[in-house]
Design a protein. Structure first.
Length: 64
């Protein structure tokens, strides 16, 4: 589970078997969605509930 402050922009996360990059949180509404992008550049909007229950961070390895 995530606290909402734990999401980091451009980090990789997994949602229902799909890897997504966190883009930002929309500020347009009270229950604003969290915006993610997949590897093909498609936008996916997730609710706060979905993020808290189903989103897991993927640790990326960096080359030296």
């Amino acid at each position: 589970m995530f606290s909402m402050t734990a999401l980091v922009r451009n980090h990789l996360y997994q949602f229902r078997g799909q890897q997504l990059r966190y883009s930002h949180r929309s500020n347009c509404r009270v229950n604003a969605p969290f915006i993610f992008n997949d590897s093909k550049g498609r936008r996916k909007e997730l609710s706060q509930n979905q993020v808290q229950l189903e989103v897991f961070e993927v640790v990326e390895f960096c080359e030296n």
